[in-house]
Design a protein. Structure first.
Length: 287
């Protein structure tokens, strides 16, 4: 069966009192994909057709992003809401379990989700996002604080929105094309797509609200169980936002853990090295 963009379907699902947009392709067990900041479902464009041969692949727009609902209240962008969104998608699509694949902010959500609902995740695949305990503790180091300066900038009201809209959202080009090691990875079409998603009414503030609720006690002071779900971490080694050292020692938090490093690759790992990412995912899923 030929898996092309022409056979992707754009659908909506109402879950947790919110309407989420998603792209789906294929049939079989559920593979659910969660994107990061400042992305949307489109970041999985290289994985959707590959895994639709064996799964029903569902790549959602997280709440506040692209074509999903964008609640105005800052309180709508807290971890418990994200977790219930994911649970509702799995159940609403008629499944009891999924393979959960996540990158960046989607990875934070995935780690938290598998901690609360491990029985609903058959396997977990995390791309360039460390275990949250490693991430939180990393803010005690000057090295990581320098890498994460933008998180603290985003805490300022209104000003980040104004600056990020400047020059037709030029920061999108800097975030993607400026950071990727392969400068031709992101085409003009790709950059335009990301700009259009960010520019949708209410999207930018919603996306920033994820960060503005990052340091709340419920997230920072959380008690974690050992992850019992088999987990694969894929890590682009030249991540300018998160140091490779944040992956060291993850075995202490995950019972069945594997990691694959990809050299000469930035934070945008599944877009920059899709063939290798897809290969590592397949090997893990077949094991």
């Amino acid at each position: 069966m030929s898996m092309t963009e022409n056979s992707w379907k754009h659908e909506y699902i109402t879950t947790n009192n919110i309407k989420l947009h998603y792209v789906t392709q294929g049939n079989g067990p559920l593979m659910l994909m969660l994107h990061g900041f400042p992305e949307y479902w489109y970041s999985w464009r290289h994985q959707i057709p590959e895994f639709a041969r064996d799964y029903q692949v569902v790549a959602i727009d997280l709440r506040g992003y692209n074509d999903s609902d964008k609640p105005k209240e800052k309180s709508a962008y807290v971890m418990n809401e994200f977790i219930q969104d994911v649970k509702g998608v799995i159940q609403g699509l008629g499944y009891e379990k999924c393979v959960l694949v996540a990158h960046d902010w989607g990875g934070i959500i995935a780690w938290n989700f598998v901690d609360i609902y491990p029985e609903t995740v058959e396997k977990l695949i995390i791309l360039n996002l460390p275990h949250p305990l490693k991430l939180i503790r990393s803010f005690r180091t000057w090295k990581q604080l320098q890498k994460s300066w933008y998180i603290f900038f985003f805490q300022i009201p209104f000003l980040p929105e104004l600056l990020l809209q400047y020059a037709n959202y030029n920061w999108i080009e800097q975030m993607f094309a400026g950071i990727a090691l392969g400068k031709s990875i992101f085409t003009l079409k790709d950059l335009k797509a990301y700009k259009q998603a960010v520019a949708k009414p209410g999207a930018l503030r919603a996306m920033l609200n994820y960060y503005r609720n990052f340091f709340i006690p419920q997230l920072i002071n959380k008690n974690w169980d050992i992850v019992a779900v088999p987990t694969l971490m894929i890590w682009g080694e030249e991540d300018k936002f998160l140091g490779k050292e944040l992956t060291y020692g993850t075995e202490a938090y995950v019972r069945d853990f594997k990691i694959k490093y990809i050299p000469n690759c930035s934070h945008w790992v599944q877009q920059e090295q899709p063939t290798l990412v897809n290969q590592y995912m397949r090997e893990f899923l077949r094991a």
